[in-house]
Design a protein around this ligand. Structure first.
Ligand SMILES: [Zn+2]
Length: 419
């Protein structure tokens, strides 16, 4: 009975927040025009919106588009997406919106099992992307030790971790992997080091079994996946008791999984993989209503092993709807190739180039192997295994250690080249 009351209280709170969001959206010229004759109180009648539609508005009315629902002088925080698939999206917040985003992080830290004594390190240069700005400020607000590691070499960052007894590292999967390699070269002992938890975001990887287990053994620490978006905010955190299952912040978003338009996966009515559609309830200054995130997800409801209820993503974000490639007549999702590559023994990093000429696409895989391995031999083995798995040939090459660019931000592993 108590549980039912609390569920109904939480639904009523969610409805109040949605009502407040729609009221704000009606004050935005963009949304007022879009709602037209549709009654916005009937949420399901509102057409989901794509990133492209928002980008077009912002390109026309720089820099925020006609989306703000408030006087833009009230927008005090600004972030923008990395623009990996086109122009960056610009998203700004009022002071109250920002404070609510920090509240969301309080919930995510709760899911991750952050302890009172935890000490955080953010080893990257703080740029205009939302990334971990909100996490940094939420952890600071919660009274945690927080260290920003911008403008430092990887070796200096590793020394910081030891000197300041860092227990929680927040970064991307590729940079965590790079730090582990540098630590091995520098004889820095991560296994007996102070880090107990890595919260990883910005790229797929932390929910891929191969990547997760490799990082967990290099660091002798738990790896938890997190995902969020600049235009939406922090969204999910992997459950420490259910690996590769991410709890969504269902008190802060209206969460929907809708059949994806034109998805490669065929019969969508029978398919569990859908597109995540989010309505963020914390951001009233620049509202978003029924935003098609482009993320392919498998959403489940019900009680988790940890006792939490509410929706979860199985396997994290499974891919993006806009990233399907046609190579030698095959429909290919880069994430499917990436998942597979990370399971190959000895592989440290890779870069994939799609070269288009005369209407034909070729895939070139530049692979970096662990020091001491014969790269050329390994490349031949992977080339044959790749053909068995994907039924088309990729041109597989071995590159020298450190030949591929290393970054603490999102790595650009997929490059399209049109000579
Ligand atoms: Zn759980």
């Amino acid at each position: 009975m108590i549980l039912e009351d609390s569920v109904s209280d939480s639904r009523s709170l969610l409805n109040d927040r949605l009502h407040q969001l729609i009221e704000c959206a009606q004050k935005s010229p963009f949304w007022a025009t879009r709602f037209g004759n549709v009654n916005p109180s009937s949420f399901e009648n509102l057409e989901p919106i794509s990133k492209g539609e928002i980008l077009a508005d912002q390109a026309r009315y720089k820099p925020y588009g006609k989306i703000p629902s408030v006087d833009i002088r009230k927008l005090v925080r600004l972030h923008q997406s990395s623009g990996t698939s086109g122009n960056p999206l610009v998203w700004a917040d009022t002071a109250s919106d920002w404070s609510r985003l920090l509240d969301q992080w309080d919930h995510l830290f709760g899911i991750a099992g952050i302890l009172p004594a935890d000490r955080f390190f953010f080893p990257f240069s703080f740029g205009p992307f939302l990334g971990f700005w909100s996490a940094f400020e939420a952890a600071t607000r919660a009274g945690k030790f927080c260290l920003a590691g911008g403008g430092m070499s990887s070796v200096s960052r590793l020394r910081f971790i030891e000197e300041h007894q860092i227990s929680v590292l927040m970064t991307t999967p590729s940079y965590a992997s790079h730090l582990a390699i540098v630590a091995a070269d520098e004889k820095i002992d991560l296994v007996n080091g102070p880090v107990r938890l890595l919260i990883l975001a910005g790229e797929a990887g932390a929910s891929m079994a191969g990547v997760k287990s490799r990082l967990e053994s290099s660091w002798n620490a738990r790896v938890l996946d997190h995902h969020g978006m600049t235009e939406v905010g922090p969204v999910s955190m992997e459950c420490p008791e259910a690996p590769c299952e991410l709890h969504l912040l269902s008190d802060h978003y209206i969460i929907e999984a809708l059949p994806a338009v034109g998805d490669f996966y065929g019969d969508l009515s029978a398919n569990k993989v859908k597109e995540l559609v989010l309505t963020p309830l914390s951001r009233l200054g620049m509202p978003l209503v029924r935003y098609r995130t482009g993320d392919r997800v498998e959403l489940v409801e019900g009680r988790c092993k940890c006792g939490r209820t509410g929706p979860r993503l199985i396997g994290g974000v499974l891919g993006r709807l806009d990233d399907m490639l046609i190579i030698r007549g095959n429909n290919v999702y880069p994430m499917a190739i990436e998942d597979w590559l990370w399971l190959q023994p000895g592989l440290i990093d890779f870069q994939a180039k799609i070269v288009e000429s005369s209407g034909l696409s070729r895939l070139i895989l530049n692979l970096e192997f662990r020091r001491g391995l014969n790269g050329e031999k390994e490349a031949i083995v992977i080339s044959n295994k790749f053909f068995d798995r994907f039924l088309f040939r990729a041109e597989v090459k071995s590159v020298l250690p450190d030949e591929l660019p290393k970054t603490e931000h999102k790595s650009k592993r997929w490059i399209r080249h049109c000579p």
